[in-house]
Design a protein around this ligand. Structure first.
Ligand code: A2H
Length: 256
């Protein structure tokens, strides 16, 4: 656990159609999704990159809760995260964090989602084995242009779909260039993964290095090359994109 509080932007990613495995699970457990708005809640430090989402990751080893967030909305995230939210005035009742039902990440895989601001309209929930249950919401939205972890995970899924029990095309959405830096070009994650010879999502030491380099360079020297704030510095655009998402009720601030 971090010592200093970390502020995340929590992005609400709507599940527009559950995978057959999830539908079956809900039927067996008498959970009716009809008329409910269900959102995966992904914690991000890079709201300015949401244009480039290509899928949303859950861990096949984490049990997620589905929580009543009020106004007919339900959040899918770890209990730990919803508990924190319940003390941050983000839920109907302070200190109340009992889920309506729990579902394993694996059961959600293949569900269709609609990710806010994403250029790609129909995306899927996919597995990421390196998601930590102890951080954020346990849900990570995938931005392969700017996150080395996301880039290498999507690549792995694309090359071994059978192993991961997915359809190859679910991992096929094209990377969307959003930020340009002089050092790493328009696809900084791909550049750094190649430069540091990262082969797999398990190359954690090299990935930590790549993540650090990508984050610093993108934030301090990056220029937006797409979206509403095109041509603005990332440092300037970031708080604006974040505020736009919050104003449209597509995101909220989450601390831990
Ligand atoms: B970031 P920090 Cl484009 N397990 O969002 C593993 N990783 C997690 C996580 C969890 N439970 N919860 C969040 N994260 C990821 C975008 C992004 C992110 C980009 C570039 C870098 C980047 C799209 N994925 O993070 O340990 C989320 O991915 C690199 C720092 O709190 C979140 O932001 O510093 C970031 O890690 C939070 O990591």
């Amino acid at each position: 656990e971090a010592v200093l509080p970390q502020e995340y932007t929590a992005i609400k990613i709507e599940v527009v159609e559950f995978a057959p495995s999830a539908k079956e699970f809900f039927n067996e457990n008498k959970f009716d999704t009809a008329g409910k708005k269900l959102y995966l809640v992904a914690a991000t430090l890079r709201p300015e990159t949401m244009l480039g989402q290509t899928c949303c990751f859950v861990s096949p080893n984490i049990d997620y809760g589905i929580f009543d967030a009020g106004n007919n909305e339900y959040y899918i995230c770890t209990e730990r995260a919803f508990k924190n939210m319940s003390y941050q005035k983000l839920t109907p009742k302070r200190g109340y964090f009992k889920s309506v039902i729990d579902i394993n990440g694996k059961t959600l895989i293949g569900s269709k989602i609609h990710a806010p601001l994403a250029v790609h309209k129909e995306l899927r929930i996919l597995p990421m084995e390196t998601v930590l249950a102890s951080k954020g919401t346990g849900v990570v939205t995938c931005v392969p242009s700017d996150s080395p972890d996301d880039f290498i995970t999507q690549k792995e899924l694309f090359h071994k779909p059978e192993y991961y029990g997915i359809e190859k095309e679910w991992a096929a959405p094209e990377l969307v260039p959003i930020i340009k830096t002089e050092k790493y070009g328009e696809k900084c994650a791909e550049f750094l993964v190649n430069e540091l010879k990262i082969q797999s999502p398990k190359d954690s030491i090299q990935l930590a290095k790549a993540k650090e380099l990508a984050y610093k360079e993108g934030f301090y020297n990056g220029i937006m090359i797409a979206g509403k704030y095109k041509n603005e510095k990332v440092e300037v655009a970031k708080p604006k994109v974040k505020q736009d998402l919050i104003d449209s009720k597509l995101a909220f601030v989450y601390n831990e």
